[in-house]
Design a protein around this ligand. Structure first.
Ligand code: AMP
Ligand code: MG
Length: 349
């Protein structure tokens, strides 16, 4: 496809000045959007070959559709099969694609001190977040919540015998909602790079990962404002880097004028409310995804300790009052759209 003027303008590229030696096609950003993982997904690839870029994006998009099915906690698919087996007290031969996720997420859950706990699928379901639609009405009965908290489901209840997985605790229900998008981002960038597209941006509903650059400049990323429309900040990233945000605004249970957000503190069984958004920058999108969710649970005081033990250093936290805390690494990159209520820099030792 020939480049139009706008593409040149967008990339800030000049016209080819070397007609005598043959003008190779200039790079342009090829973009596609799709709806997967219950959210809008965008893929941008910088390429000289629009057709090849579109074919690569189509491949990545098919992989997203497969992953959404196979890594979904309660829909029919590989993870749903494992969860049904666990509930029935049976061992189950886990799909080879899913197995490494379970091992990886178990390590990350341990590193989070249990604040990230993908074994609490039953609690997530009790609060009504096991539907594509957002739940409405009164919260679940305190007794039902307390019983599930007391059952203490954990990834450490799982026993691995090769690909055969069983659980000592039938209350375990694995929900990879806080991790799988990060894995999908990593795999998408790996696949695009393997197909020769090492300059790309993948956006899974506000969770982003980039590789390379956007031509002669970095990729520019917006971080959604947790308490309003639009962006709270933007930042520029290049090379292999993920920028993942978890927020209590994303999904919630509405009961009259009260909102119960979708990230649950496994210690209480109650939604986490003090941190309204946590943004994490890390080259590994899966770690960033887990960390962002864990830091919302950790809260406004404990998050630096949890970030440290999860091995993430670039973090931005927004609390209920719109106050921002951030680490020096992210402070150097971020530009606020409007000045926040307050900004505090916090070192992660
Ligand atoms: P995220 O959007 O990445 O923050 O992930 C949130 C999703 O992870 C929720 O919709 C639940 O499916 C699941 N989840 C909720 N609370 C936790 C938790 N404490 N640990 C792990 N996963 C959780
Ligand atoms: Mg997450």
């Amino acid at each position: 496809m020939p480049l139009n003027r706008r593409d040149f303008m967008k990339l800030g590229l000049g016209a080819c000045l070397l007609p005598a030696v043959g003008c190779s096609r200039a790079e342009a950003v090829v973009s596609e959007e799709m709806y997967v993982f219950g959210t809008l997904v965008g893929v941008d690839v910088l390429s000289r070959d629009t057709k090849a870029a579109r074919a690569a994006i189509a491949e990545v998009s098919h992989a997203f559709t497969r992953q959404n099915r196979d890594w979904h906690a309660w829909k029919p698919g590989a993870l749903g099969d494992l969860n049904r087996a666990i509930a029935a007290g049976r061992a189950h031969e886990v799909d080879p694609d899913l197995l490494p996720l379970l091992r990886e997420v178990r390590e990350l859950a341990r590193a989070s001190g249990g604040l990230f706990n993908p074994a609490i699928g039953k609690l997530v379901g009790l609060w009504g977040f096991h539907h594509d639609e957002m739940p409405v009405g009164a919260p679940p009965h305190a007794r039902a919540v307390a019983e599930l908290v007391a059952a203490a489901p954990s990834m450490d209840d799982l026993e691995f015998d090769g690909a055969r997985v069983s659980s000592r605790n039938p209350q375990v229900q694995i929900d990879l909602g806080g991790h799988a998008k990060g894995v999908a981002l990593n795999r998408a960038l790996d696949r695009l790079a393997a197909l020769g597209h090492g300059n790309a941006l993948v956006n899974l509903g506000g969770n982003l990962a980039v590789s390379g650059t956007r031509g002669d400049r970095p990729w520019r990323i917006g971080v959604r404002h947790p308490q309003g429309d639009g962006a709270i900040a933007s930042l520029e990233v290049s090379g292999r880097m993920a920028v993942v945000t978890s927020g209590t605004y994303e999904r919630y249970r509405q009961d009259g004028d009260r909102r119960y957000p979708h990230i649950i503190d496994p210690r209480s069984g109650q939604p986490a409310t003090h941190v309204v958004s946590a943004t994490v920058l890390h080259p590994d999108a899966a770690r960033a995804d887990v960390a962002a969710t864990a830091l919302v649970v950790a809260g406004t005081e404990a998050w630096p300790e949890v970030a440290r033990s999860l091995g993430v250093r670039d973090v931005m936290i927004v609390d209920e009052a719109g106050r921002v805390q951030l680490t020096p690494g992210i402070a150097a990159k971020v530009q606020f759209v409007e000045p926040p209520a307050s900004v505090k820099t916090v070192e992660i030792a």
